[in-house]
Write a new protein. Structure first.
Length: 423
């Protein structure tokens, strides 16, 4: 079996302009939502990530015909011959987002059989909110070995008050409620930009959905949904990762298609560190890094708070800033897994349990052999390698490829020295 790793030669100073891929966290649920339709849909600006290929495989297993034009980032999906087959453990264990097919399968066929989900090791990440919601809507749920079997002769509309604004639960409930005649209300719903992109897709299908402040989604069920064409929203998390790569290497970057209006708290933190951040009239972002960044503390929160998916890359910036900072992770209990790997590179980080990290800035990081434990940690380690003295070797590339499309090529276009090595 071939062994593959990423070789990063540092330090380097990134400079230049790049454009973004479609948002991974939007495209997967939108692909799942196509189960609700009967006919041919087209998605554009689709990222070429391994998770997208897993979702393609899932849809094909359900009977969909899928054509992915990779050079043009266009995905055609024909759901005419769709049927409610069981979703295999192989797919579910590789990609947690596959749990999002439960809602649309229930809405269209009245049943769903899915293996328990997998994906990144970010803690328990229970799907209790999803299952309780489906049960309240009238679904019968039975665990058979490693499968969840859900059946419902008819779903009934409900009023939900989520104890936590879960993105996945919000999306699954919305998709189940679309075909449920009557009014479903979700209070304390997630309002991440990717959820809003899904709402736009569902409205294009013919759904009656309204978003009210603060965090209330009202769905009036309809009896028929039509195929759609839709361009996936640019990936704010890729934008944040690229901005941090430029900041940490004390370089400069322009991202003309960045969704700055979805990144305000993150951008405020970069400015608080001393970086010069400029937003254009169309939302594009330009960053010119300071030579003397200041450490800042931050806490991850559901949107519009600081995104948990940028916590690990932002931690690298604090490791090389002047002063000390504290990072509070409030979304996932195992999302400080990058700490041990950064410590190998000379980062001065201590942790208080699984949720709090204290960083003391150092002048230099040093290249080391590191292992990427999840998607966002992989990006953090790449950024650290770009700023470090010497060579960094990172394994665990499957995580990196789940979250990013050609990111190493974009970084190289900005002046990075990254090579993918296969032995």
């Amino acid at each position: 079996m071939n062994h593959e790793y990423m070789l990063i030669e540092g330090p380097t100073r990134l400079q230049g302009e790049v454009t973004l891929e479609g948002a991974k966290n939007a495209v997967l649920v939108i692909m799942a939502s196509l189960i609700l339709t009967d006919g041919k849909s087209r998605l554009t600006n689709v990222p070429v990530s391994s998770d997208v290929f897993q979702m393609i495989k899932l849809l094909q297993d359900l009977g969909a015909e899928v054509l992915f034009d990779i050079p043009n980032k266009t995905l055609d999906v024909d759901t005419t011959k769709l049927h409610p087959a069981a979703v295999s453990p192989e797919i579910m264990q590789k990609m947690r987002a596959s749990i999002l097919v439960m809602g649309p399968l229930l809405a269209r066929f009245g049943k769903a059989s899915v293996a328990l989900p997998g994906g990144c090791l970010l803690g328990a990440r229970p799907i209790d909110l999803h299952l309780r919601a489906f049960a309240n809507m009238g679904a019968h749920i039975e665990v058979k070995g490693e499968y969840l079997d859900l059946t419902a002769a008819r779903l009934t509309p409900q009023r939900f008050v989520l104890e936590y604004p879960s993105v996945g639960a919000t999306e699954n409930i919305m998709m189940a409620a679309i075909g449920t005649l009557g009014q479903t209300i979700i209070i304390n719903a997630a309002i991440e930009p990717e959820v809003l992109d899904l709402i736009i897709v569902l409205q294009k299908m013919g759904a009656d959905i309204q978003l009210e402040v603060p965090g209330t989604i009202i769905i009036n069920g309809v009896s028929h949904l039509k195929p759609i064409q839709h361009m996936i929203v640019p990936d704010r998390l890729e934008a944040g990762t690229l901005l941090l790569a430029a900041a940490v290497t004390k370089g400069s970057i322009a991202i003309p298609d960045a969704p700055a209006h979805y990144m305000e708290i993150f951008l405020d933190k970069l400015q608080e560190m001393g970086h010069c951040v400029t937003v254009s009239a169309t939302g594009g972002i330009t960053l010119v890094a300071t030579e003397t960044p200041r450490a800042v503390s931050f806490k991850t929160m559901p949107y519009p708070g600081f995104p948990t998916d940028l916590q690990a890359p932002m931690m690298v910036a604090q490791c090389l800033a002047q002063g000390s900072s504290t990072i509070y992770e409030t979304v996932f209990e195992n999302r400080l897994v990058q700490v041990r790997e950064l410590q190998k590179m000379g980062a001065q980080i201590t942790v208080d349990g699984p949720l709090i990290a204290h960083c003391k800035g150092v002048d230099l990081l040093f290249g080391a052999r590191v292992i990427a434990p999840d998607i966002r940690a992989s990006a953090a380690l790449v950024i650290a390698g770009l700023a470090a003295q010497g060579q960094t070797i990172m394994t665990g590339l499957h995580h990196f490829r789940r979250g990013y499309t050609r990111l190493e090529e974009k970084l190289n276009s900005l002046g990075a020295r990254i090579t993918i090595v296969t032995e």
